[in-house]
Structure formats: C-alpha cells, structure tokens
Write a protein that binds this ligand. Structure first.
Ligand code: VG1
Ligand code: CO
Length: 544
C-alpha cells in the first residue's frame, strides 16, 4: 500500500452550516469534493497521529462510498485506529456514544439528517470532537478557511475495506475495526432507564405502542432495544428496514412527514403511545392517543419528571434550550430552582454546558432532546425516557401533559417554515427586521405590546466565545414571542423559519388548537416582518 498526495483545487462553498456540510449528492460527487472537505477537517486538527477516529453514517445513498474514501484518507493522514459501524452504519447519537466510550480523538458522521436521500437527494458530513459532540464554531470556521486554500490531499492506493464483517483489519499501520453499531448504545440506554419496569408495562397487555423508524437508521436500534430487550411486538415497529433512499420518504418526524404514524395515533383504534425518529436518529416525535406533544413541551415534561428514572434520579444540574424553543422548560427550571440556559440553534452550543456540568437536559423545538449521557440529541433516548415515565406514572400521555399544563401553564407553540424561498428576499427580510428591531419596544399590536426586540447574540458562559446574528427575537410584555431566522441546513435557496409562542396560565383555556391560539401572533408577525412581500409566498410550506 502506498500513500498518495493528490493535487486538487479549492471549492468556494464548503462552509459548514448548523450541522456540518450539507449539499445535494451530485455536488458531493464532483471529483475531489468530498476529499477536499475531509482533508480540510484533518488539517484543522492537531495531535491525532496514532489516535482513534470513529466513522459512520445513516446509510443513505453515497454513505458506503464516502466511508471508503474517508478510511483511505484517515490511514494516509496517520490515524492509529478507525472504528467504523458494520455496513458503514451508525446513528448520530451512537457515534457520540462510541467516541466517548472508546476515548476516541473524534468522529466523522455522514448524514443530512432528515433531508431526503437518493441520487438526487442530500448528503452531508460533520466532524465531532473528543467529547462526542459537534465541533464548535471555532473548528468549523477553521475547516472552512482551510478548504478555501487547499492544494492537495492524502490518500492511499489500497482496495475497499470489507465493511460487512465485524472484526479488525490492518491497513498500512492503521487498525480498522468494524463493530456492531447498536450494542454499546443499547447498553447505555439500559443503564439510564428502568428496562424491567418498561418491560412489565409492555407485557401487561394494557399498553400498546407504535414506533416509526421511517426507513432510516433507527430501524436496527429499535429492533434491538424495543423488540429484543423490551418485548415490543415486531408489528409495532413501522418502516424498520433502513433504505438508501429512506423508501423515497422525508424522514423528518413531525406531523407532516410522519403522516402514516400520525394517522394511526389519531385513528379510532389508536395505541397508547407513538414515536418516530429522523434519518440519522437524533430527532424524536412523541404522540399519545389523539395527542401530539410539542418538542418544547416534551423537554419541559422530561425535566419535571426526570427524578422518576434511574439515570436522572439525583436531579438536574440545569436545563438548556435553543433560543427559538418555547419557554415551557424555563418554568420547570424556575420551580426546580435550577439554571436555564438559552443558546443559539444547533446542538454544538450545548457541548460546553454539558461538559462543565452546568446542564443535564437539553432541547430544541426542532424535535431534538438529549442529556449529558452524550453530546448529541438522541431520538430513541427520548422515546425510552417517555416509556419510563409512562411505566412509573401509569397515566396516559394526554393525562400527563394536561396535568403539566395545569401545574405550569401552557406555552402554545408553533413553527412555520417557508422552504426554498429566494435567498435574496429572505436576506432582505432579516436585514429589515434587524434595522427595525431597536424601534419596536413600546409599540402596540392589538392586545400585545413589544417588550424587547433584538438580533440574538450568545456569549458562551464557559469559554466566553461570542456568536452573533442568531435570529430576530420580538418579545411581548405577556411573555409571548415571535422569532425569525434563516435555516442553516437547507440545500436549496433559503428557508425562513417563523417561531410563535404564547403563554396561557388558565387551565380553562389550555385546550385550544395551537394555530387558533396563536392566530393574533401570526397576524402580527406578518405585519412586522412582511413575510408575504419578501418571500412571495402566501403561506408556509410546513407547519409544525
Ligand atoms: C435545524 C434545526 C436545529 C437543528 C438542526 C440540525 O437547523 O432548526 O434546531 O439543530 O436542524 O438537526 P436549521 O438551521 O435548519 O434551522 V438534524 O436532526 O441535523 O440533525
Ligand atoms: Co437528525
């Protein structure tokens, strides 16, 4: 085997977004495109010679090819060991788990999360650091800077590695270790939650559930954990076989894209509990019979009930949520007398808080929840957390959320996405809001008066780093909020996200439809931001 130095030219468009570099598959298929980005990652790191790298992806189209490319480059660049999931598979939380358990130097995750896959779909690549979490902005910016002047990359002339048999193989002086992608992760879950109790709920015959893996990575994880270890019937698992194109679907676990599951849970013979996860297994949606739990509420409920699970019995150090996530968790933190941290969108901002022991639970409105057990959000973890609560409380999902609202008040919440709009128009919308933000406080819109408005900036309390321009916040005197920001994960045009939130303390007013409850705020958002004008769209593409 020989090491090769291949000449290349830089690509101008390799700046990582909210969660790594995401592009259409044909963009990644350009000669040298993937290799350039991988070399830019390696060139931005120091001291990895002889150390361990973890590599795996969600199994989407191009995953296997990308893994072979990365293995050769990791060997040529001097890693001592590369741990790869059998079949090239790892869910995003499982990569985080393995990096931590095996004390790896870092890991590469291949995924475009919930974005559709296939030859014309999306592909993505992300680097995770030694704590198991996404690389912080300092590193992603260094990768981008490097990508702009890269002139060559290192690889080998070796054949493809057999990815389908667990075991060790030597390539040059690097050991390639192919492992079962599920076992370590499943063991960790068993350690955090009361599997005996969940199993007796499932065996009782009084409880039924559905889990939708959406033909994506969580299929094998759900089979091992839910079916083999917890006794859930195979028929309860939907779309559990991963496919390269996710069965042609859009593996985003929300009311729109997980429609089949939603129809079952809102149907006449509905089971007690329903859940789904996304392409790479880090998102979750929680449903009860005729009942949908918003991700923001889910975070608040988990925090309020964490003491009922073995893993969190000792209580929480603090809670962290992304800025657009509803303030439901703030009320729980307040009651528990613990700190609440508000961070920019993206899991990378939680890493420092978790490492420093400041936060135990974290959540995002975008169907992401997690804790200090890893440094990624974790779909199946949230499902098991809910199952543990249901097994202990022996109440329905609906009863649990209603009681939560009675006790803490309800934060009505919704997100409206305008996908694939003209990027210039979307940029102008944000610019004009930024310019107007200072003059909004004190203005009245119907019953609402603006209390504050800004372009959110975050100073990391651990390392002092500053992240600016993280979204426009408009807060009202009654605690309601409107937030607008542009997505950092899309691959076509721009996606505008509008987040709406209203607090309702009166239990008699807590069972409205969210869109009805938020109707005034939806109108006010249009009046202030002129969304129709700037996006040239009459309505959002997706409402969750
Ligand atoms: C979206 C979500 C964000 C999430 C990110 C990655 O980002 O809003 O909360 O962390 O996706 O999720 P954006 O910039 O498009 O709003 V995923 O499941 O990669 O893995
Ligand atoms: Co994801």
């Amino acid at each position: 085997m020989n090491t090769l130095e291949v000449k290349t030219r830089p690509f101008p468009d390799q700046r990582p977004g909210t969660s790594g570099l995401r592009k259409k598959v044909p963009v990644f298929q350009q000669p040298h495109y993937l290799e350039n980005f991988v070399q830019s990652i390696f060139d931005s790191l120091e001291g990895f010679q002889g150390k361990t790298l973890v590599v795996g992806g969600d199994g989407r189209y191009y995953n296997r090819h990308a893994i072979q490319v990365i293995l050769r480059m990791a060997v040529a660049n001097g890693f001592g060991r590369v741990i790869v999931g059998r079949g090239g598979l790892f869910s995003t939380p499982a990569v985080s788990c393995i990096i931590r358990k095996r004390r790896a130097f870092g890991g590469i995750v291949l995924s475009a999360s919930h974005n559709p896959a296939g030859p014309d779909g999306d592909f993505g690549i992300k680097y995770n650091i030694a704590n198991g979490g996404p690389a912080p902005e300092k590193i992603t910016e260094a990768i981008f800077t490097r990508s702009r002047n890269l002139q060559c990359y290192l690889t080998t002339d070796s054949d493809d590695i057999d990815l389908d048999t667990a075991g060790e193989q030597k390539l040059g002086s690097t050991l390639i270790e192919v492992i079962d992608p599920v076992a370590d992760y499943a063991d960790l879950m068993e350690h955090l939650f009361d599997f005996d109790r969940i199993r007796s709920l499932i065996d009782s015959g009084l409880f039924s559930m559905r889990f939708d893996a959406m033909h994506a990575i969580t299929g094998p994880y759900a089979v091992e954990i839910l079916e083999n270890r917890l006794g859930v019937e195979p028929e309860a698992l939907m779309h559990a076989t991963p496919r390269e194109d996710f069965g042609g679907g859009h593996p985003d676990p929300n009311l729109v894209y997980a429609k089949e599951l939603v129809d079952v849970l809102f149907g006449s013979q509905a089971p007690d509990f329903g859940a789904a996860s996304d392409g790479d297994g880090d998102r979750n949606m929680i449903l009860g019979r005729q009942c949908f739990i918003t991700p923001s509420d889910s975070l608040a409920v988990l925090a309020a009930n964490a003491h009922l699970t073995p893993g969190y019995r000792q209580g929480l150090a603090g809670i962290a949520r992304s800025m657009p996530t509803s303030q439901a968790a703030d009320r729980v933190a307040d009651r528990l007398g613990i700190e609440l941290y508000e961070t920019p969108t993206g899991w990378k901002f939680f890493g420092n808080l978790l490492d420093a022991g400041k936060a135990t639970l974290c959540g995002e409105e975008s169907f992401g929840t997690g804790s200090d057990h890893l440094r990624e959000k974790d779909g199946l973890w949230a499902v098991l957390f809910w199952l543990n609560l249901l097994a202990v409380r022996k109440e329905s999902v609906h009863a649990i959320i209603s009681a939560h609202w009675r006790s803490f008040g309800r934060n009505y919440y919704s997100r409206h996405d305008y996908e694939g709009v003209n990027a210039d128009g979307a940029g102008e919308l944000i610019e004009s809001l930024r310019a107007a933000a200072g003059s909004l406080p004190g203005k009245r819109y119907g019953d609402y008066e603006v209390a504050f408005s800004d372009d959110f900036a975050y100073t990391d309390p651990v390392d002092g780093s500053l992240s600016e321009h993280q979204g426009i916040r408009i807060g009202f005197t009654d605690g309601s909020r409107i937030v607008l920001r542009l997505s950092g994960t899309g691959t076509e045009g721009a996606t505008l996200r509008l987040y709406l939130e209203r607090y309702e303390p009166d239990p008699a007013q807590q069972s409205l439809d969210a869109q009805d409850a938020l109707a005034d705020l939806i109108r006010i958002a249009e009046e202030i931001a002129r969304i129709r004008h700037f996006t040239r769209r009459e309505a959002p593409t997706v409402i969750t």
